[in-house]
Design a protein around this ligand. Structure first.
Ligand SMILES: *[C@@H]1O[C@H](CO)[C@@H](O)[C@H](O)[C@H]1NC(C)=O
Length: 306
C-alpha cells in the first residue's frame, strides 16, 4: 500500500472526526435506487471517459479499439494533450444525441491519491476571463483550475464551431479521476460561455472534490444535469478532505456492487450508508482498485485502452 503516506494516515483520523462534525444534523433523506435501464444507460458516457485515456492519434480517427467502437458514430474534431503535462482530451460530435462531447483523461491513480491527500492543497478563484461573473467566494483546487485553463479556450472554440456546423443542441462533458475534475470544471465553463439554449450535461467517474461549498452550490444552480459516478470503495471521491474546505456538488451515483447503484441526495452530505462518504469514511477503508471499475462491466484507465 505504497500510497498510504504517513501524512495520509495522520489526517485520516481527522477526516473521520470532521465528517461527523460537518454534519451535526443527520438529515433522514433516502437514496434512490437506479433502475437497471438507468444504470445501463451510463455505458456510452463510461466508454467516452475510457476513450479519453487512448492516445490522441487513435482518438483522432476514432480507432481506439473497444472504447471507440462502443460509440461508433462519433466524429472527433479535436484531440490533444501529451498524457503528462496536459492530460489527453478530445472534442467531437455525437450524432445520435446531436451533442458535442468533450472528454479528458485522468492520471495514475496511486500517485493521484497520494497528491490529493496532501494537507496543503491551495485553492484559488476561477479565472474571470474563462468563468465570467463568478463570485469571489467561489474557490477551487488550484492545480485542477490551472490544468483546465491550458486547454479551455481551444476546446471552447471547437465546441462553438461544432454547434454552428452541426446544429448540436447540447454539450456533454465526461472524464474519470483527474479527468472527472476537468470535466466538472468544463461543465461550468460551458454553461457560462455558451448560449442558454445549449443544454450542458456532465457525467464523471471517480471524481475528487474540486472546490469549496460556495463552488458546490454555485455549480448546483448552474449545472443541474450532472452525475458523478463513484464505484464501490474508491477513495478518490473522498479527497481532498472536507476538513480542508472541499465539498462536492450534487449528483452522486454510487455503485454498491455490479448491477446495484443508488442516487444520493444533497451535495456531499448524504448520510445514507450506501453513499460514498459513509461507505469510505477514510482512505484506509478505501480500495484504489475500485477507482478503475468495473463501472457496470467497463474499466477505465491507461491499460484498458484496447
Ligand atoms: C477509518 O474508518 C474505520 C471505520 O469507521 C475506523 O474503524 C478506522 O479506525 C478509521 N481509520 C482511521 C485511520 O481513522
Amino acid at each position: 500500500m505504497r500510497f498510504l503516506s504517513t501524512t495520509a494516515v495522520a489526517w485520516a483520523g481527522s477526516l473521520l472526526f470532521f465528517n461527523a462534525a460537518a454534519s451535526p444534523m443527520h438529515h433522514a433523506r433516502d437514496v434512490t435506487p437506479l433502475s437497471s435501464s438507468d444504470l445501463a444507460g451510463l455505458a456510452p458516457y463510461t466508454q467516452f471517459a475510457r476513450a479519453a485515456y487512448c492516445d490522441p492519434s487513435d482518438t483522432a480517427d476514432w480507432s481506439c479499439g473497444e472504447a471507440c467502437s462502443a460509440n461508433s458514430g462519433f466524429q472527433p474534431a479535436l484531440t490533444g494533450g501529451d498524457g503528462n503535462a496536459v492530460q489527453y482530451y478530445f472534442v467531437g460530435y455525437w450524432p445520435s444525441q446531436n451533442a458535442v462531447v468533450v472528454a479528458h483523461q485522468g492520471t495514475d491513480p496511486t500517485q493521484f491519491l497520494s497528491d490529493e491527500t496532501d494537507i496543503d492543497i491551495p485553492m484559488t478563484n476561477l479565472d474571470s476571463s474563462l468563468f465570467p461573473g463568478v463570485s469571489s467566494s467561489v474557490l477551487v483546487h488550484e492545480g485542477f483550475a490551472n490544468e483546465h485553463a491550458i486547454t479551455a479556450a481551444q476546446i471552447l472554440t471547437t465546441t462553438k464551431s461544432l454547434i454552428s456546423q452541426k446544429g448540436a443542441t447540447s454539450v456533454i462533458t465526461v472524464g474519470h479521476s483527474l479527468g472527472g475534475a476537468l470535466a466538472e470544471l468544463d461543465a461550468l465553463f460551458m454553461t457560462l460561455n455558451l448560449p442558454s439554449n445549449i443544454h450542458v450535461k456532465s457525467v464523471t467517474y471517480g471524481t475528487p472534490r474540486v472546490g469549496n461549498p460556495a463552488y458546490a452550490s454555485f455549480f448546483d444552480g448552474k449545472v443541474p444535469d450532472f452525475k458523478r459516478v463513484n464505484n464501490e470503495k474508491d477513495p478518490i471521491p473522498i479527497v481532498p478532505g472536507r476538513f480542508l474546505g472541499f465539498q462536492h456538488p450534487h449528483g452522486e451515483i454510487h455503485i454498491i456492487q455490479p448491477g446495484e447503484a443508488v442516487s444520493c441526495p444533497g451535495d456531499d452530505d448524504a448520510t445514507d450508508a450506501q453513499c460514498t462518504i459513509e461507505t469510505v469514511p477514510n482512505i484506509t477503508e478505501g480500495n484504489i482498485l475500485d477507482h478503475l471499475g468495473p463501472y457496470e462491466g467497463i474499466y477505465i484507465g491507461t491499460i484498458f485502452c484496447t
